[in-house]
Design a protein around this ligand. Structure first.
Ligand SMILES: [Zn+2]
Length: 361
């Protein structure tokens, strides 16, 4: 048994504490690791609030270690050609089950769902907010760029964006989506929300040539507007200024009322990516005109969750590019660094939050 400090909840009931736990060393592992930075997001907060009924503790245990947005240091590793002691790595969140998609490294597209696959810190597998982590090399992605620093903790949230663009690439081929000049320049992408995922979606959209606008129903902080401005992203408070003629709509809110308000502004052959989830959001009465609108314009609505290992690799490449061009703006995405003892950050978002991280060591 390894006694160690960890941040735990009791899934799906909730609660949070920084406490000592005992975990058995697994029979087989390639690497021994420890956290450097771990991000926290709406999922962690939902778990602590007891709002996520799909979460559960590992089998036979009465607690779940939190944390899935991890940047880890390799403390010890068996002989191999990929990682060595001292490297920084990002661990995969979702671990494969036995279905056909899981067997080809695409557990993000698991054909069965729970309990076929598990997610660290969310469903049936301990997360990374603990002093000692054992893992296999196949589930670790190396941070190659030494200049990334703590920005590498954004790999996990960004990998979701990379997968969503893969989904966009597939579904947008129903018709000709790009312009007559063969590019996406001038095509309008609107992102609902202005949290960390919305920022990462907006940067990835800019890279592809989209005219990108982030929207929310309030004005935004100076720090957020400055970062958007650096990247060429626009912002609209949609209560005052509603964007029209949208080619790609991405929702990070999970709120059906907001989604349908914007869906009715999507162009012919437009694509809607649903990414945000909020099981507590109030219902929206979909009427015949809503359905008509979607059908008559060949609009594709696609859900996108999680990502494959390839998307972690792509995320690290994008982070390196962005960090070279806008190093200060990238650092400003991390708006608060907490100590592991500051468990109040699971209940209360620090003001102006983009990404709150826990600095573990
Ligand atoms: Zn599966």
């Amino acid at each position: 048994m390894t006694e160690q400090k960890a941040i735990v909840t009791d899934a799906p009931r909730g609660g949070v504490k920084y406490t000592s736990i005992d975990l058995a060393e697994p029979e087989h592992y390639d690497a021994k690791l420890s956290p450097v930075y771990i991000g926290i997001c709406g999922t962690d907060r939902g778990e602590v609030a007891g709002a996520l009924s799909f979460t559960y503790n590992p089998e036979g245990q009465n607690f779940l270690v939190l944390g899935h947005e991890a940047l880890l240091r390799v403390d010890d590793v068996k002989d191999n050609d990929y990682i060595k002691k001292g490297d920084l790595v990002v661990p995969l969140v979702r671990r494969p089950g036995k279905c056909v998609n899981c067997r080809i490294g695409r557990q993000d597209n698991c054909s069965i769902g729970d309990p076929d696959k598990h997610e660290a810190g969310i469903t049936g597998l301990h997360g990374f907010m603990r002093d000692v982590i054992y893992d296999d090399i196949e589930y670790l992605v190396k941070v190659e760029d030494p200049d990334l620093g703590k920005t590498a903790v954004l790999t996990e949230p960004l990998k979701n964006v990379m997968k969503a663009f893969e989904v966009f690439d597939v579904v947008s081929k129903r018709s000709i989506f790009f312009g007559e000049d063969s590019t996406l320049i001038g095509k309008r992408m609107v992102i609902i929300g202005s949290g960390s995922e919305a920022f990462l979606y907006s940067f990835a959209g800019i890279d592809r040539g989209f005219d990108v606008t982030m929207v929310n129903r309030h004005d935004e902080t100076e720090n957020k507007l400055k970062i958007m401005d650096e990247f060429g992203v626009k912002f609209a408070n949609y209560l005052k200024d509603m964007p029209e003629k949208i080619d790609l709509l991405v929702d990070t809110s999970g709120d059906p009322t907001t989604v349908f308000k914007f869906l009715r502004k999507v162009n012919n052959n437009g694509v809607v990516i649903l990414f945000g989830t909020n099981g507590k959001a109030p219902g929206y009465p979909v009427d015949g005109e809503d359905i008509d609108y979607i059908v008559e314009r060949n609009i594709t609505i696609a859900g996108s969750v999680d990502a494959a290992k390839i998307h972690y690799v792509q995320a690290l490449q994008s982070l390196s590019n962005w960090n070279r061009r806008h190093p200060d703006a990238m650092k400003d995405l991390i708006t608060y660094e907490a100590k592991p003892t500051e468990t109040n950050i699971f209940f209360q978002k620090p003001h102006g939050e983009i990404k709150t991280v826990i600095k573990w060591q």
